[in-house]
Design a protein around this ligand. Structure first.
Ligand SMILES: C[S@@+](CC[C@H](N)C(=O)[O-])C[C@H]1O[C@@H](n2cnc3c(N)ncnc32)[C@H](O)[C@@H]1O
Length: 289
């Protein structure tokens, strides 16, 4: 019989502990072993303290893959899957010529959700002769540990270089070091950077997530993204590539600011804004001219 005193999250926790679907509780009486009782009590205690279920379980599904998470990383959000889908569309359009080099760099990688999801999709393609290099950066060493664990667990063949540093700086250092044939090099940069304002940070649902992953600074939380766009404008190698395309996740109220900042830095860039399913602009993409 279903115990009526379980919350939805407790049911999900229990379902994970006994490795059975939630429907199982309706038709079966559950006898937990002492070990599992302890696990359940510990999890319930964390939920009661306001920890999100993903931290209690230690994982979150994103783009069909199971990502380990802990309070050092943002829990990947479903809306970020839109960004991955768009990036994937762009990658597919790049000719499968063995001389083509594709660099995919994810800035503020956190759990690695974006770059690992892309790498996983790439692993599924057969007969792809393109040279593809994947990178992920973060300012947090603890977040990079989680990303590396996820890459090892989720990927079979593709390797990702994880680099610690401020925004795109580590990627630019790599670019400057590497051999570069501009007409054959396609660069895709993704970034889901912190974009909340101080005021927005008070929501109870996010209070256990790292502030450094959420707080975007001044300009209604857009400061970090604006700094990042400014950095990109200063990297000459990007301007000479066959393609340099940047995908940014933004907050629902930042579309105008995003367009203005991109335009100020790149007067001739091709800019695309995309709405989420709720009808808010959440994705800004621009291609350097
Ligand atoms: C909103 S989280 C996104 C995490 C992940 N990309 C995702 O989509 O789930 C932002 C990430 O940016 C990182 N970050 C914040 N400021 C940064 C900076 N100046 N340079 C590099 N990474 C930064 C945070 O540590 C955090 O992991």
């Amino acid at each position: 019989m279903k115990p009526i005193f379980y919350s939805e999250e407790e049911e999900m926790l229990l379902s994970e502990i006994i490795k059975k679907p939630r429907e199982f509780f309706i038709t079966h009486k559950i006898n937990l072993s002492p070990g599992r009782q302890k696990m359940f009590a510990r999890g319930k205690n964390m939920l009661a303290k306001g920890f999100p279920l993903a931290y209690v379980l230690g994982f979150k599904w994103f783009f069909g893959n199971k990502f380990s998470v802990n309070p050092n990383v943002l829990i990947p959000r479903p809306e970020t899957e839109l960004l991955v889908e768009d990036v994937w569309e762009q990658i597919r359009k790049i000719p499968k010529d063995k001389n083509n080099k594709i660099i995919i760099a994810d800035v503020g990688t956190g759990s690695g959700a974006i770059v690992i999801s892309i790498a996983k999709e790439l692993e599924k393609i057969r007969g792809d002769a393109r040279n593809i290099y994947l990178m992920g950066t973060d300012i947090s060493g603890e977040a990079l540990k989680v990303a590396k664990t996820n890459a090892r667990a989720i990927l079979r063949r593709k390797k990702i270089k994880f680099l610690k540093g401020n925004l795109a700086m580590p990627i630019f250092s790599e670019l400057r070091r590497s051999s570069f044939q501009p007409e054959k090099t396609f660069i895709i940069i993704t970034a889901n950077l912190p974009y909340l304002s101080k005021k927005e940070l008070v929501a109870p649902s996010i209070k256990k997530e790292p502030k450094s992953a959420l707080l975007g600074g001044k300009q209604k939380g857009f400061e970090t993204i604006a700094r990042f766009i400014g950095q990109i404008a200063k990297e000459n190698k990007l301007q000479s590539a066959a393609l340099a395309s940047v995908f940014l996740e933004i907050n629902y109220n930042q579309a105008r600011m995003a367009k203005k900042t991109i335009r100020e830095n790149f007067p001739r860039a091709k800019i695309k804004l995309k709405k989420d399913l709720a009808g808010f602009y959440r994705l800004a993409n621009f291609e350097l001219p």
